[in-house]
Design a protein around this ligand. Structure first.
Ligand SMILES: Cc1cc2nc3c(=O)[nH]c(=O)nc-3n(C[C@H](O)[C@H](O)[C@H](O)COP(=O)(O)OP(=O)(O)OC[C@H]3O[C@@H](n4cnc5c(N)ncnc54)[C@H](O)[C@@H]3O)c2cc1C
Length: 305
């Protein structure tokens, strides 16, 4: 690869806090995947922006990492630099809430309930960060980021700091211009959401109820990545997988959950290639039985070839 030169490795090694060959599996909810060639974790926005700009200038591939709850990282790991974004500051002004990209959605859901704000209860079902939730337009129980977002502060290498409206981000079902579009590779720095005044205790009761219901219908306490597939229009991926008789299907230590067809569970020591093989088997069978092409919601990253 063209970026592999001594001067680039020296630049990477000189980054404050950088490590090499850093395990990533423990930084994902799946518990799967090889190491990052180079790894850095930072909550300092200016430093992250400088690092991204430096990577782009030098053609060094980089991957932004949040809570790792929507990723299947290849067994061979990730080439270049993995940057874990952990800026977790937040502020509340009236009904507007600004949150750093590294703050967990679940944590923010509790913070805003404590502030007697309503409309963010859905976030209790999203274990990722605010940055990952913007990237993915994450949502749950019929609500998604698109419903609450005001704007997003971001950084585009070569163009600097920017503020994006919802329209700029082209938020759609589990995607955005950050995932597929003009802002690929850009950094979400922080997001501002607009909520309603209300009874925070009621919000907490509602979140507890939703969580309890979910614990009964989804294998939340296992190692998994949430929904593996997007729901096809007018249907549910879980229903199709179940109707195809694929619940419990195994490949190595990866298994289609017996509780919910749209979850794949790492039973312990599963390889990324096991999960990828299982994904392909499920897609092929659902296509054969129902002529529906399932699209993955989980993102496959790293050295797959
Ligand atoms: C048990 C479980 C339940 C789940 N339930 C739901 C659900 O109900 N609804 C739902 O939508 N999702 C759900 N998910 C999936 C996941 O939590 C969301 O997709 C979440 O938005 C991912 O955020 P993350 O921080 O983990 O991102 P990661 O998995 O770390 O990264 C995902 C993508 O986001 C990008 N990214 C992360 N941070 C930034 C940033 N600061 N700037 C730019 N790009 C960034 C990464 O580069 C990567 O491409 C679930 C996952 C699990 C494990």
């Amino acid at each position: 690869m063209s970026w592999r030169k001594r001067s680039n490795s020296d630049w990477l090694r000189a980054l404050p806090g950088v490590t090499e060959d850093e395990p990533l599996a423990t930084r994902t909810s799946f518990g799967i995947g090889g190491p990052a060639e180079f790894f850095v974790e930072s909550g300092r926005v200016e430093a992250i922006e400088r690092t991204i700009a430096g990577c782009v200038e030098r053609d060094i591939p980089y991957l932004l990492l949040g809570a790792g709850t929507n990723l299947l990282i290849a067994d061979a790991g990730v080439e270049g630099l993995v940057i874990r974004v952990v800026n977790r500051d937040h502020s509340i002004e009236g009904t507007r809430v600004r949150a750093g990209a590294g703050l967990k959605m679940m944590r923010l859901a509790r913070i805003v309930a404590d502030a007697n704000l309503r409309g963010f209860e859905f976030a209790i079902g999203v274990p990722g960060t605010v940055g990952g939730a913007v990237y993915q337009n994450a949502g749950c129980w019929g609500r998604e980021m698109n419903d609450v977002l005001v704007d997003v502060a971001g950084f585009v290498p070569g163009h600097g700091k920017q503020t994006w409206t919802k329209k700029d981000l082209h938020l759609a079902y589990r995607t955005s211009a950050l995932r597929e579009g003009s802002f690929m590779g850009a950094l979400v720095v922080e997001a501002t959401v607009h909520l309603q005044r209300g009874d925070g205790e009621e919000a907490k009761r509602m979140m507890a109820k939703l969580t309890a219901e979910r614990n009964e219908t989804q294998p939340i306490k296992t190692k998994n990545c949430g929904s593996v597939f997007k729901n096809p229009p007018g249907d549910s991926a879980g229903r199709l997988v179940q109707a195809a008789g694929l619940k419990g299907l195994r490949h190595g230590a990866a298994m289609v959950s017996t509780l919910h067809g749209n979850f794949i569970v790492n039973e312990g020591g599963a390889k990324a290639k096991d999960v990828a093989a299982l994904i392909e088997r499920v897609r092929a069978e659902v296509k054969r039985r129902f002529n529906v092409e399932l699209e993955t919601e989980v993102e496959l990253v790293g050295r797959w070839k």
